[in-house]
Every structure is written in structure tokens, then in C-alpha cells.
Write a new protein. Structure first.
Length: 183
């Protein structure tokens, strides 16, 4: 009777319980009749080796996030007691937008708005995304909407615009805004 080599559990043949060596395997090799450890074939953002994570159906989860293109406009208008457009960005039909940033200013009390305007069969539908007030003590307002995202409708002409009006006395109004379009 032959002596069996002492083995560790991970190196033991499950049928004969004899010790077996680890076999070298490379990507693409078949696992049949091989005693091998799994390889770490993925890296995390820090460059460390990790096992692949699968979803409930056994598939690799994939994120198809596109890159982002920033669109920006700026403008200046003379004072007005009713809302006037300062700057307008034409939206791409069907595109998704996020990360709205703005800077507005006026030396008098003024009300600024950033709105989306969708042409729905010849009737414009306006939605206010942000309201800003400036005046004595705060002639300039800078802000951003980070958690707001929207998709432009897939037809006709759609825009996002910055508009403003003076509240007490007329004075020039200035503003700029930027929005990210996911492509």
C-alpha cells in the first residue's frame, strides 16, 4: 500500500482525499481535470484586484453612462418691470440634462428665473426650475441644482432660458448659466 501525501483541505482531491498539486491555468483554459484557484481578473478604481460582482441573474452589471457636454450662455438686458429673456440654450430633443449652474446680478431688487420651455403642439409649456432674488446687500447670486435632471421632449423646439425682471426700480440685469447634456 502506498503512502498518501498529507494535504490541506483546499489541495485535496474530493473523491480520493489524496493530496493534489495546484495546476497552472490561464485565461481561456478549460477547468476540466484541473485543480486550480480562481483568478482575480478585475481591478477596482484603486487598482486592487477584486472578484467580479454579478447581479441576481448571474450577469455582470454594466453602466452605460455617457459623457457630458456643458452648454452655457450669458447675457445682459436693460431694466424691465416684466420678465425679459437674458440668455437661452436650445435643448436637444430626447437628451437628458443635469447639473444646472448660474450666476445672476443686478444693482437693484430683481427676480430671476431659470425655466424650461417646451413647444407642445404650438402651445408653450413653461416650468420654473429655479427662482433667485437679488437686491441691496446681495447684488449677485450664484447657485446650482445638482439633484435635478430632466429629459427634453422628442419633438419641436425646446429651450431652457434665464429671464428676469426688476421689482422696484429699473436697472440692467446680467446673468449666465450652464447645464450638462449627457451624450
Amino acid at each position: 500500500m502506498a503512502d498518501l501525501r498529507t494535504s490541506f483541505v483546499i489541495l485535496e482531491d474530493s473523491i480520493t482525499q489524496a493530496g493534489v498539486p495546484l495546476h497552472k491555468v490561464l485565461e481561456g483554459d478549460t477547468p476540466a481535470a484541473k485543480n486550480a484557484l480562481p483568478s482575480l481578473s478585475f481591478k477596482d478604481s484603486a487598482g486592487n484586484l477584486v472578484y467580479p460582482q454579478l447581479d441576481n441573474s448571474g450577469a455582470l452589471p454594466v453602466t452605460l453612462e455617457g459623457s457630458k457636454v456643458c452648454k452655457s450662455e450669458r447675457g445682459e438686458v436693460v431694466g424691465s418691470a416684466s420678465f425679459v429673456d437674458i440668455a437661452t440654450i436650445v435643448l436637444t430633443n430626447g437628451a437628458t440634462y443635469e447639473d444646472l449652474d448660474w450666476v445672476v446680478s443686478c444693482f437693484r431688487d430683481s427676480h430671476f428665473q431659470i425655466v424650461t420651455v417646451y413647444d407642445v403642439g404650438g402651445a408653450d409649456t413653461e416650468t420654473v426650475l429655479a427662482d433667485m432674488l437679488v437686491g441691496a446687500g446681495s447684488f449677485t447670486h450664484a447657485g446650482k441644482l445638482k439633484c435635478e435632471a430632466f429629459t427634453a421632449p422628442g419633438s419641436l423646439v425646446n429651450v431652457i432660458k434665464l429671464k428676469a425682471k426688476n421689482m422696484n426700480a429699473l436697472s440692467d440685469m446680467r446673468g449666465s448659466f450652464t447645464i450638462g447634456e449627457i451624450v
